[in-house]
Design a protein around this ligand. Structure first.
Ligand SMILES: [Ca+2]
Ligand SMILES: [Ca+2]
Length: 80
């Protein structure tokens, strides 16, 4: 029998597996505000590392290559 903790991690696994094959549901994306730890209105690479998916796309999403993602750049990233 699975513990509650096991169920939770299984569910997380299912969700992250879904990310690879399906479309990404907007509500499952981490919010800009959640990642912007210092509330300066932009994400540094350090902040983006909280989410491996975002960290992996950071360079792509950073259109002006200033080393930060603005909210606009962050939102565009979700469409890639
Ligand atoms: Ca920030
Ligand atoms: Ca930028």
């Amino acid at each position: 029998m699975l513990s509650k903790r096991h169920r939770a991690s299984l569910m997380a696994l299912t969700i992250s597996a879904g990310f690879g094959i399906g479309t990404i549901a907007a509500e499952e994306l981490p919010k800009f505000e959640e990642l912007d730890k210092n509330d300066d209105g932009r994400l540094s690479l350090e902040e983006a590392k909280e989410d491996p998916d975002i960290a992996a796309r950071f360079a792509l999403a950073d259109h002006d290559r200033n080393g930060y993602l603005t909210r606009e750049e962050f939102n565009l990233r979700a469409q890639h």
